[in-house]
Design a protein. Structure first.
Length: 181
């Protein structure tokens, strides 16, 4: 009797030649790292599974099978991931099934969207510092936090631009094939 997981069976059918057990260990290890950093556990697992998928897209049934989780767990994880703009939902052509896909340039998009969060936090913190009095201990602490976010935001903008330039110099394969193909 075979002890293959759903993901292993799917990969064996695809004939991609990968060590399915090693892929599964990677997915779980990376998901664990994201969970330790504060992301929800199931969302981390679903995200890591999509990241490790060649097409960066799977249906709910494929995710449930690959991760050995319930459809409800997939639904909750996908709901969170779409809310934070890490995953998009699309329809399989000619089907009523949803397919969940990582956005292009996922890390760039994720960090770029943090810019909006930093702006809101900075604005709220500056208001809080004025409310508390910038020369009180609490007001000074909040004013310094606002200054930190302002600094971080200005640095992040430059960093993101430098990444786009650096990315052009990389010779990495893409989903469509080798770079430049």
């Amino acid at each position: 009797m075979s002890s293959e997981t759903g993901e292993q069976a799917r990969q064996a059918e695809a004939g991609d030649g990968r060590d399915a057990e090693a892929v599964s260990r990677f997915v779980e290890r990376f998901a664990s790292e994201m969970t330790e950093a504060g992301m929800q556990r199931m969302a981390s697992r679903v995200f890591a599974a999509l990241l490790a998928d060649d097409d960066a897209s799977m249906t709910s049934a494929e995710l449930a099978l690959a991760l050995q989780i319930s459809p409800a767990a997939v639904s909750g994880a996908v709901s969170y991931l779409t809310q934070v703009s890490m995953v998009g939902r699309e329809r399989d052509p000619g089907s009523r099934r949803d397919r969940y896909r990582l956005h292009n340039e996922i890390w760039y998009t994720t960090f770029a969207s943090r810019d909006q969060v930093l702006t809101r936090w900075e604005r709220t913190l500056k208001e809080g510092a004025r409310t508390l009095g910038e020369h009180t201990p609490a007001g000074a602490r909040i004013a310094e936090t606002a200054a930190f976010f302002e600094f971080l935001q200005s640095e992040l903008e430059g960093l993101m631009g430098r990444w786009q330039e650096h990315r052009k110099t990389l010779d990495l394969p893409t989903a469509a094939g080798p770079a430049g193909a």
